[in-house]
Design a protein around this ligand. Structure first.
Ligand code: KIV
Length: 256
């Protein structure tokens, strides 16, 4: 009987074994990642851009996350599954945040939630953890604040902004998150945070000195015709490969 990874397993990996994390939004992809031995799956709100064709993640609702996360959970046995709290579900009040986190956990079967933000979100993070729900933090480039940030830009390039991100990381650790995503910050800053906090850091576009790496699955395998961020080194061009498989089917059909 396989044992699913727990928060204790993930925490114990810090400094010993790098954590691998990819996004999935559906049952067959979840099966592939789980059978390959991934440590963690993130049902990210990148669902909005990657699967639903939106310009950004802001239109994703709690109901969408439950719908997709419950399919992902059914496709996995070994890895930890984390669901993103979408825009609007954790910004109103700590009380409403806990309600949404409980709803996500109860109706999808995931093991943890992730939410964007540092010091500004600490009350909400504490309340969710007090309800018995493990939390992954997410700091640096926080895509739900794309309009405030003026675009998808590297964060923490000035001394002042780097200091604020370190403060975010420390505040999240003190609040009790069991891991944190560091998105698009300078490599040296990610390394410093990784050395400062005792919980695992999982980087995306933040260099290789973090405790693990996360990527959008569709970016990794080139299952997109959009321009990829420069930090993604795709292992395949699934978009073109699938076009050629569909062309084979079309040709086969026409010949019959
Ligand atoms: O939604 C998402 O896919 C994410 C990752 C990019 C970290 O938050």
């Amino acid at each position: 009987m396989p044992k699913r990874k727990t928060v204790l397993d993930i925490q114990a990996m810090k400094g010993k074994d790098k954590i691998s994390m990819l996004t999935a939004y559906d049952y067959p992809t979840a099966k592939v990642l789980d059978q390959a031995g991934i440590d963690m799956i993130l049902v990210g709100d990148s669902l909005g851009n990657v699967i639903l064709g939106h310009q950004n993640t802001l239109g994703v609702r709690v109901e969408h996350m439950i719908h997709h996360a419950s399919a992902v959970v059914k496709g996995t046995e070994n890895c930890m599954v984390v669901v993103d709290m979408p825009f609007g579900s954790f910004q109103v009040s700590p009380e409403k945040t806990v309600e949404h986190a409980i709803n996500l956990m109860a109706h999808s079967g995931v093991q943890a939630v992730k939410l964007e933000g540092g010091t500004a979100m600490i009350d909400s993070v504490c309340k969710i953890i007090a309800a018995g729900i493990p939390v992954v933090g997410h700091i640096g480039l926080v895509p739900q604040s794309v309009h405030k940030l003026g675009g998808y830009k590297i964060q923490g390039k000035t001394q002042e902004s780097a200091k604020a991100i370190i403060e975010d990381a420390i505040a999240l650790e003190q609040a009790g998150v069991f891991a944190m995503v560091l998105e698009c910050i300078p490599d040296a800053l990610a390394q410093k945070i990784t050395q400062t906090v005792n919980v695992p850091t999982i980087g995306i576009g933040s260099g290789s000195a973090t405790d693990g790496q996360v990527l959008v699955f569709h970016d990794l395998v080139g299952f997109t015709d959009q321009k990829l961020p420069s930090f993604v080194h795709p292992v395949a061009n699934m978009h073109q490969e699938l076009i050629s498989h569909v062309k084979t089917f079309i040709a086969r059909t026409k010949e019959q």
